[in-house]
Design a binder for this molecule. Sequence first.
Ligand code: NAD
Ligand code: HSE
Ligand code: NA
Length: 433
Amino acid sequence: MKDVNVGICGLGTVGGGTFNVLTRNAALIAGRAGCNIRIARVASRRNRDDLELGDIPFSTDIFDVVQDPDVDVVVELIGGYDTAKELVMSAIRHGKHVVTANKALIAVHGNEIFDAAEKAGVVVAYEAGVAGGIPVIKAVREGLAANRIDTVAGIINGTGNFILTEMRAGREFSEVLKEAQDLGYAEADPTFDVEGIDAAHKLTILASSGIGVPLQFEKAYTEGIAGVTPYDIAHAEQLGYRVKHLGIARRREEGIELRVHPTLVPKAHLIAQVDGVLNAVMVDGDAVGQTMYYGPGAGDEATASAVIADIVDVARAVATASDQRVPYLGFRPEAMEDLPVLSMEDIQSAYYLRIQALDRPGVLAKIASILSEHGINIESIMQKESEFKDGRIPVIILTHTVQERQMNLAIADMESLGDIDGKVIRIRAENFN
Ligand SMILES: NC(=O)c1ccc[n+]([C@@H]2O[C@H](COP(=O)([O-])OP(=O)(O)OC[C@H]3O[C@@H](n4cnc5c(N)ncnc54)[C@H](O)[C@@H]3O)[C@@H](O)[C@H]2O)c1
Ligand SMILES: N[C@@H](CCO)C(=O)O
Ligand code: NA
């Protein structure tokens, strides 16, 4: 049995997990890959005492991996945009295949990287970058190749889902974020998780590989979880909904919706049941119908599982002519559709609204009349006893689906009423029918 030699760059959470699983399951993986996956070199800022490198060469300079003539596959697990891009482009120039867990890199520089890789005839694989250990890229690029996919949506940031889940149980935001960092789930800069940037990176990649549009991260709408309050989580629950942080890519006739934001999901839907660091991606194909992919979205060995699956694919691809391989984004570049990304005003969604009404007669009628003027139908409405002891009465409304432009106008009209105090709180809602 021959060897395929890999060089691991970055010995952090994912690098350590990859090293351990490749070592522990070496014989099993060789049996599947048809060759031995040999770790030929590792490089990272610092070595780790807990990993048994034995006589595997270690260096602090990751570019040593690219220069090493022994290395067939460069495994990029350092993260970030700039050095990672330099490393990957250099690997491609050296004719080496690349496996990466870096969704930021692929979402932002993927078009350029795949173009260079195509010319060099090498593979660049990124399964670990999207929904961690869940083989969702494999599913959309290969398993669903027969389908026209119109919607890809789901929970694609483990840290954010972990925080929302724990907040539902009454824990405090910053304490839970700290725990997610200690567990190795969070990005080096955790604002990427909290502000939805990481989810937007992944959604960008899913929209391309599922729906078949070019990577266009800069056009994704991104809203994080920091504004979600325990109060709204509890009231969404009373309405039969759970607040989840979702990425949604949806093809419509006029273009494609590409958005990341907190979303109410019916409690009975599978996505609402996905808690903690788990991720779930729902893919709707015209032939197959709705499918769901569920599992750990982050963590050392869970992510390593996806990294190594890509290494095995590369090992098999080495024997295949480069023009017969699975296209980088699942579609040949000329088969990508240049659908415009719709502005948020043009998206369609249902909405949860929380309005602080002053305790005056007729206020509810005024709110209902504004919604009706803008063609917005009410699904349910709750008027709460004032819990604020200041005369303000929370009115909670769930609407039917409407264009966001109409909702913006209705909210502006409501906020200009003398009977409303402050801003109307709005969380989008999805039924996934
Ligand atoms: N942690 C997860 O659960 C997870 C899951 C999926 C994808 N990812 C992605 O995997 C990548 C790695 O994440 P991680 O959590 O393992 O990060 P990490 O911070 O734990 O590990 C990164 C390692 O790379 C090293 N490194 C960084 N820059 C370097 C440089 N210029 N030269 C030498 N060494 C360098 C660091 O010292 C560190 O050991 C990121 O792109 C991340 O987004 C992480
Ligand atoms: N920080 C990311 C890691 C997995 O991509 C998350 O929490 O989902
Ligand atoms: Na994955």
